[in-house]
Ligand binder design. Structure first.
Ligand SMILES: Cc1ncc(COP(=O)(O)O)c(C=O)c1O
Length: 388
């Protein structure tokens, strides 16, 4: 088989490649561990190991309240739809939310009679905190939901302030950490946040199909699924205690073991090193593409409080056509369209044009790969420029 010459710039969707230790942990667990927690042989429990790694990384004050889930989407659905909503309750979300937050909130509005407010946005102030505070002061707000970083613009949101405002006004705060966990430090205890969801397969380096939800003391969640927990088999009712009540059915042991290995790798390399590497690649990418006439970068400039997600449009080139050409001509794998976040595209004004092209370098991306991507974008912009 020939060498893979493609250039993977879609790490915001799923990081790839994974560190070798992740492949090894998945393989070893599949070979040696039959059914996590339902197996008389004992030994290392991959669920316990992964939970411990995550608790350390995220500064979670209570291990039993960190629930393993089949991904951030499930975690966010549980956090939102598991709340004891009453008709007329209010949820506040930002204008940059992913479907995994906005769709459950819309479902609660449709089916449970809650109302939701979308906090206004400007590029300089991605969440209008004055609006959030004024809405909280009116009363009836049960939940403030906020992405920690946008999967469309890479912008880091004022999540600390959102958590503080929610707490001060007696509302719960849910943070979607899918784009930030494994990139910058997160400390649940310091944030005082009630609910926080992570995706295992992004910067935490795990395989797809695994994630986690922090459920703080103040958040009383109904389960979304009932079934065997491996621990209370003799009774009809579930025990009523986290984490097992929220982890029903046979868990995805190999993926969870892979996540545990991924988080361990992140902790060993260090968030500062990972962030610095990605920031350097992101700066190179933005500074390489932004000066070309017709290229519009949507999101914070290089060096600002941002992740490695770089969204852009090229005048006269539809985003899917641009991504297609980048792959065909340069082997660059990126993502085009709405990135499961049409609300974010409405918010930043890119919806009508079909969204954006999104490139997201990862820790393993090289400078040479970024340079090929820059050349590709420059060539497309040049070809589309008037008079060319
Ligand atoms: C901001 C954000 N939230 C939630 C999700 C959903 O994560 P998962 O794929 O683990 O369900 C994603 C993944 O694309 C995301 O970028």
């Amino acid at each position: 088989m020939g060498q893979d010459t493609t250039i993977y710039l879609n790490n915001a969707a799923t990081t790839w490649p994974k560190p070798e230790c992740v492949y090894a942990a998945v393989d070893q667990t599949l070979r040696t561990c039959g059914s996590p927690r339902r197996d008389s042989r004992g030994g290392v429990d991959p669920v316990h190991e992964a939970r411990r790694e995550l608790v350390e990384l995220l500064g979670a004050p209570d291990e039993s309240r960190l629930i393993m889930t089949p991904g951030a989407t499930y975690a966010l659905n549980l956090a939102i739809l598991g709340l004891p909503w009453e008709a007329g309750d209010v949820a506040i979300m930002t204008g940059l939310e992913h479907h995994a937050v906005s769709r459950p909130i819309r479902k609660a509005a449709r089916e449970l009679g809650i109302r939701f407010e979308v906090a206004p946005y400007t590029p300089g102030e991605p969440v209008d905190l004055g609006f959030v505070e004024a809405t909280l002061k009116k009363g009836g707000v049960r939940l403030v939901a906020c992405s920690m970083a946008s999967n469309v613009t890479g912008q880091v949101l004022p999540y600390r302030e959102m958590a503080r405002l929610a707490r001060e006004h007696g509302a719960l705060c849910l943070l979607d950490a899918a784009q930030l966990a494994g990139v910058t430090p997160i400390n649940i205890a310091e944030l005082g946040v009630d609910l926080l969801a992570v995706a295992g397969h992004k910067a935490l380096m795990g395989p797809p199909g695994v994630g986690a939800l922090w459920i703080g003391e103040r958040a009383r969640l109904r389960t979304l699924a009932e079934g065997g927990t491996g621990g209370d088999s003799g009774t009809h009712a579930m025990s009523g205690a986290p984490p097992k009540d929220y982890e029903v059915g046979t868990l995805n042991g190999p993926a969870i073991a892979g996540l545990g290995a991924g988080v361990r790798w992140v902790r060993e390399i260090g968030l500062e090193t990972i962030h610095a590497r990605e920031a350097e690649l992101t700066r190179r990418l933005i500074e390489g593409i932004a000066p070309h006439p017709g290229v519009n970068v949507h999101g914070p400039g290089a060096g600002k409080d941002r992740t490695s997600v770089v969204s852009f449009t090229i005048d006269g080139v539809e985003p899917h056509a641009a991504a297609g050409a980048l792959f065909e001509r340069h082997g660059v794998i990126c993502r085009a369209g709405f990135h499961c976040a049409p609300l974010a595209h409405e918010t930043i004004g890119t919806h009508a044009g079909g969204g954006t092209v999104r490139m997201s370098p990862g820790y393993f991306t090289t400078e040479a790969q970024i340079d090929v991507a820059i050349e590709g974008v420059a060539a497309l912009a040049g070809a589309a420029a008037p008079g060319v």
